[in-house]
Design a protein around this ligand. Structure first.
Ligand code: PLP
Length: 395
């Protein structure tokens, strides 16, 4: 988004204004068009939309041809530096449409590092029933990517930072390797948010978000996004239309409202998470802190080279077994015990009780997820209060 002076607008300005022309009625932001269908003055005008001569025309909400949805999509495309965005009913809907659109029976996906449990299930349990196989590489095995890519590998998929170890992957390097071998690089940017990282600028082909998290920011909506070029999004849009995965206009309206404050929220969360991580690093009952902003953290160097901020997510390992760790979690008063992330309220979860509950203890050990691990999503409370709460809970 450029201003009248030709200068690229700053990120906060784009959060407020990108994608939103003044409403014809003078509404200061895009209004909610809750309609399922749109009327036309003539058959000619209808055909102009149906046959693509009027690409901005509205027609039917499930097709995405709704002004509220399109304004939200323009805003999100702008924030990720992509040409086009499609909004979905959830992050999982966005992922599923992306995999289905770009992989056929016999094709192959490489997934690097830890991913959200639902993503793992989709790749490991659902897609094989359609003949689409996935090779899972541990984060420590990322060097094996060239050998893992096969002739029919269509997608290299990863999150960075990851859940719950906050591993950081070199987006540029991975995208180069994937491109050389003819595969697309698809990055789930949910943990970082576009405030902190833009994977497309680093060579990724598509970016996915669970908008349920930082973009929504208030734990009161569910949505997903895919952002990239029109060529790569066209087949994804066809799956979205025919699987009926569209984001409801009410949600698009609410999400656009949330995104207007995205930049101030996430920057505050970055600052607080850094303070909390530094406090935990000094605590005698804490064995390890995973946060990309800590200079001693293994992913710090790459994070510095590709992120503008280190995010509001962190995890730590308590010096105790599962039960003792649960007791620490239960003593927290400001943090709520909940599995999601990215909201204004701070959340705490033990991966072994939620996100990684279904995983065998051996697999958790292999992936470096000990029983004493605690994951925090830092909200917008005063950092001193969060640190005080953790201090009393840790004892
Ligand atoms: N990606 C990440 C990193 C997530 O944490 C989640 C959900 O927790 C998803 C995708 C799926 O998003 P949704 O719950 O909106 O379907």
């Amino acid at each position: 988004m450029a201003g009248t002076d030709g200068r690229a607008r700053g990120f906060s300005t784009r959060c407020v204004h990108a994608g939103e022309p003044l409403d014809p009625q003078g509404g200061i932001h895009i209004p909610l068009y809750n309609h399922s269908t749109f009327g036309f003055p003539s058959t000619r005008a209808l055909l102009d939309v149906v046959e693509g001569r009027n690409p901005d025309g509205n027609l039917y909400t499930r097709y995405g041809l709704n002004p509220t949805n399109r304004a939200l999509e323009r805003k999100c495309a702008d924030l990720e530096g992509g040409a086009l965005c499609y909004a979905f009913a959830s992050g999982m809907a966005a992922e599923a449409a992306t995999f289905l659109a770009h992989c056929n029976a016999g094709d192959h996906i490489v997934c690097i590092g830890d991913v959200y449990g639902g993503t793992f299930e989709l790749l490991n349990d659902n897609l094989p029933t359609l003949g689409i196989e996935t090779t899972f590489l541990l984060g420590s095995e990322v060097d094996r990517l060239p050998e893992a890519i096969r002739e029919r590998t269509r997608i290299v998929f990863f999150e960075t930072p990851t859940n719950p170890n906050l591993e950081v992957f070199d987006i540029r390097g991975i995208a180069e390797t994937a491109k050389e071998r003819g595969a697309l690089t698809v990055v789930d940017n949910t943990f970082a948010s576009p405030v902190n990282q833009n994977p497309l600028a680093l060579g990724a082909d598509l970016v996915i978000h669970s908008a349920t998290k930082y973009l929504g920011g208030h734990s009161d909506l569910t949505g997903g996004l895919v952002i990239g070029s029109p060529e790569l999004l066209a087949p994804i849009g066809l799956w979205r239309k025919n699987l009926g995965q569209i984001m409801a206009p009410e949600v698009a309206f609410l999400l656009a409202r949330s995104i207007r404050t995205l930049s101030v929220r996430v920057r505050a969360q970055n600052r607080s998470a850094q303070q909390v991580a530094e406090f935990l690093e000094r605590h005698p009952k804490v064995l390890e802190v995973n946060y990309p902003g800590l200079p001693g953290f293994p992913g710090h160097g790459i994070a510095r080279s590709q992120m503008r901020g280190f995010g509001g997510m962190l995890s730590f390992v308590y010096d105790g077994d599962a039960e003792a760790t649960a007791a620490v979690v239960d003593r927290l008063r400001i943090f709520s015990i909940a599995a999601s992330l990215g909201g204004v309220e701070s959340l705490v979860t033990q991966p072994i009780t939620t996100t990684h509950h279904g995983m065998s203890p051996e697999e958790r050990r292999r992936r470096g997820i000990p029983d004493g691990m605690v994951r925090l999503s830092i909200g917008l409370e005063d950092p001193e209060d969060l640190i005080g709460d953790l201090a009393q809970a840790l004892g």
